[in-house]
Design a protein around this ligand. Structure first.
Ligand code: TRP
Length: 457
């Protein structure tokens, strides 16, 4: 069967996948998590997780996608089993979990990206003029509690996402990634340059790259590792079948091992550069590195208010976040749209609007101002819908789906699929063994410690 959609170039595949990977995870979550978890130690463990778990898991998702017929990530499992003369099995659960989580993640991802739109506009019109530590926190509180503002920004992000996805894989996703990703790198380099010239650059390099045993109060190495693995999955877009979906648009001859390595390198570089853009400003302005999720939205604007060219640098910084978030939300929506189009009953245009609209409605309820939460999700220990979904998807569902994908390629799919991806056949064997016996154990150990930390602690 012919694939229904495909990317048109290798560069396009790498940029679109890197676009999916580079997002709020890199620019918002990575710096604050590094700040909360002792800087260098977190960064080191994070890089180990990317190499030891992330890249093999990404290769697995790509292999599943590449060998399917591009009718969506849930069908992919069964299609591969069928070609292998196997009965369809429970493995497609990996796809179902992934699709559900990508649906849920996009609903609140667009809300958070929407906050960046507000801060971007603020930089352009008027600047961060009077922000100090009290007023900046107040401004943020007011913003996230405001239903009208939140809704408008969320709709802006969703509308842009819907527009691009409705244009299709080649004409929409690939084209926009080819424009946005270079632009993103350029803005990021300018911001790092600014930190280099005006900020506490050396201190930041030391902070990010020199591991220490001082992990912060009440923290321990296990918690740092859990946070680092979760961050690696999220940042590389794993566990939501997005990579399966994008993988289904690559050509037989495309080298998905190489693509995975390139994407992992690009994604890690952006996270590290984001650290090198943010921490020089944080340290030079005497702000707190370990302050948590408010690092980007509350702390940085205080610095933007007080530094030369602050509103321009601030606007650029939030534009960077918006661009990065858009290429990620596009992959999240595409993941859902591919399923609907794959049923053969809907055109891409209709599927995009339907999926986009439902996700937006769910997303509406994730706004803090709406004050909604689901009692059934109380086990996550969170009290607002956004935090409940965040915990449910990122801490529980992503590792489960990623785990099933790894098991599928390691135990269910034909070894030939792996062998075909490696020129060095000996290396293919090593990879196969590693994927079967090491990666699942890594994921299980960290997942179980997560459970202990979250539910039983
Ligand atoms: N990787 C993106 C980020 O860092 C978010 C994202 C997009 C994602 N698609 C995903 C996360 C699939 C997990 C799975 O912000």
């Amino acid at each position: 069967m012919e694939k229904r959609e495909s990317f048109s170039s290798k560069v396009g595949i790498v940029l679109a996948t890197a676009g999916s990977a580079v997002g709020l995870g890199n620019l918002w979550a990575f710096p604050y998590r590094a700040g909360q978890n002792g800087g260098g130690t977190f960064v080191l463990i994070y890089i180990i997780c990317v190499i030891a778990i992330g890249v093999p898991a990404m290769i697995s998702e790509f292999i599943i996608g590449k060998n399917s017929n591009a009718t969506g990530a849930i069908n992919a499992f069964g299609e591969i089993e069928e070609k292998n003369n196997q009965k369809k099995s429970w493995f497609k659960l990996g796809g179902i979990v992934g699709i559900i989580s990508s649906f849920l993640i996009l609903s609140f991802y667009a809300v958070i990206a929407g906050w960046a739109v507000d801060y971007f506009l603020k930089g352009i019109f008027g600047g961060y003029g009077s922000f100090d530590s009290t007023t900046s926190a107040q401004y943020f509180e007011t913003l996230i509690m405001s239903i009208p503002r939140g809704t408008i920004y969320q709709i802006i992000i969703m509308a842009a996402t819907i527009f691009v996805v409705s244009m299709g894989v080649k004409e929409g996703i690939e084209k926009i990634s080819k424009i946005m990703m270079p632009l993103l790198f350029l803005i990021l380099l300018i911001l790092v340059g600014y930190g280099f010239v005006t900020g506490a650059f050396l201190e930041s390099v030391k902070y990010l790259f020199k591991p220490t045993l001082n992990l912060g109060e009440g923290n321990n190495i296990a918690k740092v590792a859990i946070s680092a693995m979760g961050q690696a999955f999220m940042s590389l877009s794993l566990g939501l079948t997005c990579i399966i979906t994008y993988g289904s648009y690559v050509d037989k001859n495309d080298d998905v091992v190489k693509i995975s390595k390139q994407v992992a390198i690009a994604d890690t570089m952006v996270a590290l550069l984001a650290g090198l853009a943010i921490f020089p400003i944080v340290f030079a302005n005497g702000l707190e590195a370990g302050q948590g999720p408010g690092l980007v939205f509350i702390s940085l604007p205080i610095a933007f208010a007080n530094m030369p060219l602050g509103s321009i640098i601030g606007a650029m910084f939030f534009l960077l976040i918006i661009i990065a978030a858009l290429t990620s939300s596009i992959s999240l929506l595409e993941n859902n749209v591919a399923i609907l189009v794959g049923t053969g009953k809907l055109t891409r245009g209709k599927a995009t609007i339907i999926a986009g609209a439902i996700i937006s409605v769910v997303g509406f309820f994730t706004q803090y101002g709406v004050g909604f939460s689901l009692p059934i999700l109380n086990f996550t220990g969170q009290t607002t819908f956004l935090d409940q979904l965040d915990k449910l998807t990122i801490i529980y569902l992503i590792p489960i789906s990623a785990f099933i994908c790894v098991l599928f390629v390691g135990y269910r799919a034909n070894y030939k699929l792996i062998e075909a991806e490696f020129k060095n056949k000996k290396f293919a064997k090593y990879f196969y063994t590693y994927l079967r016996y090491v990666v699942p154990i890594f994921i299980t150990v960290i997942f179980v410690s997560e459970l202990f930390n979250n539910i039983f602690a």
